[in-house]
Write a protein that binds this ligand. Structure first.
Ligand code: FAD
Length: 455
């Protein structure tokens, strides 16, 4: 069975790996000069490789850890106890253990108690479909109270959704509360965050290497221009003037990119695909000569600050692995058409640095070794109230064609744990359509973690 895969991000490469392990002859087409997509690295001027965007592995990411074991790269995983905090009304508050939570000054006793109950309650919700029709504001106000919503939740939601979260279902915050709680253990509720030395590229390269060992091929700098469809069947991929023929085609891209590749599909299907939009991101990476906050994540509840949060990955990545630098990411998520995406890198740099100077009066621009601005248009699929029916199925309504995209992971969050799980399922679906191949062994199909939100 010959399978053509479009997209060499973690989704496409994982699917290629799982399929090739079962004897399928896979070929991956990647438009850029390297694999990795959003999980790619960037080379600093001094030659050091660092993650383009912040990526964390949680101790509870069991599928990812199992995959690392399988690929003999588990010894490159590193975990550290980390701290999370809040920037609220000009001050930083640590929020790491029960004691700090109980003392959290911005909220009164009753509000703190209700906030704690919100986090706990979320862990027991299993029937996420019921939250699909409940707005995130309605759900949070009901559980945490209006005061907590206005002072904590509203500014965080506004920051994440570039101002507009009114159509967002409660599943959004529920999935986050479940994931973040999953890494906090025991009475102390201490959290652990981790990474692979070399970033997710270590995992992606290990899978790519195995694909080649299994006889598969990876084509870089090969943008696919069209999925060739004849009489309702996907037969091949057009790259430049050539068409490459396959028994099955898996497109591992965001929905709008997939839509562009299938001009000959049923117009009704293409209209349907046009209904999903995405949050984009402008993410600045500050490479500093010293630590900034000491917190893995600093949540910001101040509307005046343009970035969503401060993520200092060198709180869990030992700086020795990234050239002795300290890495701080300042993301700003953007809605389609957001005026923020019009601003030049220079403007972003100036605005971001000015805000940092206000937030941290001791901050000195001389600490900045490099300041990089990265942008992406399709980062997180936007999911509105009662819109699960708008998520496209893996099996496209075209014979031999499959779509593998992060929007299908809903309501779980899109991260490498959920993406690689999803990729394993998709490989299974493709294999089941081809009885000549051996299905994946049962014990490696899906190991359900306590925190997995299975859909
Ligand atoms: C700011 C930010 C923070 C994140 N934080 C985390 C985190 O902490 N933990 C975590 O696990 N995940 C995190 N993620 C999410 C994670 O990076 C993504 O979920 C994951 O990388 C998505 O992989 P993908 O393969 O689906 O898509 P992509 O990475 O977008 O891959 C798609 C690939 O397809 C290629 N392509 C596009 N068009 C074509 C074409 N026509 N022909 C051939 N190739 C094509 C692209 O070049 C790209 O390489 C974060 C993402 C961002 C942006």
């Amino acid at each position: 069975m010959r399978v053509g895969i479009v997209g060499g991000g973690i989704m496409g490469v994982s699917i290629g790996y799982f399929l090739s392990q079962q004897g399928a002859a896979v070929e991956i087409y990647e438009a850029s000069s390297t694999l990795g997509g959003l999980a790619n690295t960037v080379t600093l001027e001094d030659g050091v490789l660092v993650d383009r965007f912040y990526h964390v592995i949680l101790s509870s990411d069991s599928h990812l850890r199992q995959l690392c074991e399988e690929l003999n790269i588990a010894e490159r995983l590193r975990f550290r106890e980390t701290r999370m905090g809040f920037y609220h009304q000009g001050k930083i508050f640590s929020m790491n253990n029960m004691l700090e939570f109980l003392r959290f000054p911005p909220l009164g006793w009753t509000d703190r108690f209700r906030l704690g109950l919100t986090v706990l309650y979320a862990q027991f919700v299993r029937d996420w479909q019921r939250l699909e029709g409940t707005g995130v504001e309605e759900w949070l106000v009901r559980l945490s109270g209006r005061r907590t919503f206005e002072s904590i939740w509203r500014p965080m939601l506004r920051a994440k959704f570039d101002g507009g979260f009114e159509n967002t279902p409660a599943t959004y915050i529920w999935a986050r509360l479940v994931r973040m709680k999953s890494t906090r253990k025991g009475i102390s509720q201490k959290e652990e965050a981790g990474h692979l030395i070399g970033g997710y590229m270590t995992l992606i390269e290990a899978m790519a290497g195995q694909i080649e060992v299994n006889g598969g091929k990876i084509h870089l700098r090969c943008p696919v221009e069209e999925v060739v469809i004849k009489n309702g069947r996907a037969i091949g991929l057009r790259v430049g003037r050539d068409v490459h023929f396959y028994d099955a085609i898996v497109v591992a891209l965001q929905i709008p990119l997939f839509r562009r590749l299938i001009p000959d599909a049923d117009p009704a299907y293409r209209d349907f695909l046009g209904k999903t939009d995405y949050l984009g991101v402008i993410c600045s990476l500050l490479v500093l000569d010293r630590p900034l906050t000491g917190f893995w994540t600093l949540n910001i509840t101040d509307d005046r600050v343009p970035f969503t949060g401060i993520i200092e990955t060198t709180t869990y990545i030992d700086p020795e692995f990234v050239g002795g630098h300290h890495l701080v990411y300042l993301p700003k998520y953007t809605l389609p058409g957001s005026p923020w995406q019009e601003k030049s890198d220079e403007e972003i740099r100036e605005i971001w640095l000015r805000h940092l100077e206000t937030m941290f009066p001791h901050f000195d621009r001389r600490w900045v070794r490099y300041f990089l601005v990265h942008r992406e248009r399709y980062v997180e699929p936007l999911h509105g109230l009662n819109s699960a029916h708008l998520i496209p199925q893996v099996k496209a309504p075209v014979e031999n064609l499959y779509l593998a995209t992060t929007a299908q992971i809903y309501p779980a969050l899109t991260n490498s744990e959920s993406v690689t799980r999803h990729a394993r399922r998709i490989a299974q679906t493709v294999l089941e359509a081809s009885p000549a191949l051996i299905p994946l062994p049962v014990q490696t199909v899906i190991q359900t973690a306590a925190v997995d939100i299975d859909i």
